[in-house]
Design a protein around this ligand. Structure first.
Ligand code: HEC
Ligand code: HEC
Length: 219
């Protein structure tokens, strides 16, 4: 029996204990500071929670619903008032609006050529006469809410960004597409203009599904 034999093994035990404590501390600190990132959390929830097992199909359904809704956003009836440039567009080819009409800072046109000079609260009967709905105007220069040439993903990110969508939550975007007179006009655009082909209730259903299933954006 060597008395020294015990000392190193006791010493090793202490070292091992310290090492394990340090390792645990590092892990706990990492968790607290969230250094493990979403990957770590995802791993935990997919393993632990049956509710999360449903998240992937929900997300896919949300994306699919938004892709369907995008067909409406990218229809000329909507794009013509959501241009990337400084003028409204017109017709199914989304040509620049005639007569040098301009957005103006507030979206109301410019002095001498206000939208309201020609556009009333209702469509004027007759082809090529100004369409109309209450509050006919473009979004403002500061927040132009562009739909023209946007991909579904870009539209989706824009609708989820309060700094670009008029301070709206996804629920409020949903409310807007259900009730806003300028949106509803797309299904009653006046003589000589094709209404949006997707029925309004179907469009609202897609937007409802998008929001309720998590407002997930396509890649
Ligand atoms: C001088 C009159 C006039 C002014 C000012 C004017 N518009 Fe128009 N706008 C018209 C007429 C007329 C038409 C219809 C053209 C046609 O159907 O051939 C039209 C069509 C449109 C359309 C096309 C709708 C579609 O889907 O085809 C949009 C959008 C539009 N105007 C927005 C605006 C906005 C926004 C403003 C203000 C920034 C404005 N207009 C200012 C006369 C005007
Ligand atoms: C006559 C012009 C006009 C037409 C036509 C129009 N919009 Fe808009 N839209 C606006 C204006 C102006 C705003 C900003 C108003 C506000 O913030 O309350 C807006 C805002 C929106 C928003 C708010 C959120 C955001 O980020 O863009 C949505 C969604 C929207 N429109 C959808 C549509 C859809 C869908 C159609 C076609 C069915 C459409 N709009 C047709 C003028 C128009």
């Amino acid at each position: 029996m060597k008395p020294e034999g015990k000392e190193p093994s006791h010493f090793q035990g202490v070292i091992l204990g310290l090492f394990i404590s340090a390792l645990l501390l590092t892990i706990i600190q990492g968790r607290l500071r969230n250094e493990w990132g979403p990957g770590f959390l995802t791993l935990r929830v997919t393993v632990n929670s049956p509710a999360e097992a449903q998240a992937a199909p929900e997300a896919a359904a949300s994306i699919q619903a938004f892709l369907e809704a995008s067909k409406v956003f990218l229809n000329p009836r909507c794009v013509n008032c959501h241009p990337k440039g400084d003028a409204p567009l017109q017709g199914d080819q989304s040509r620049t609006h005639a007569m040098r009409v301009r957005r103006g800072p507030e979206g109301l046109g410019v002095s001498g050529l206000w939208c309201s000079t020609c556009h009333q609260a209702a469509n004027l009967p007759g082809e090529h006469l100004p369409p109309g709905a209450p509050g006919w105007q473009l979004p403002t220069q500061d927040m132009p809410m562009v739909f023209e040439n946007r991909t579904p993903r870009e539209l989706c990110l824009q609708f989820k960004d309060p700094a670009q969508n008029g301070g709206r939550t996804p629920e409020e975007v949903l409310d807007h597409v259900q009730t806003a007179p300028l949106v509803l006009w797309g299904w009653d655009p006046g003589e000589g203009r094709a209404p949006v082909p997707v029925p309004h209730p179907v469009f609202v259903k897609h937007m409802t599904d998008w929001v309720k299933k998590g407002a997930v954006c396509p890649q």
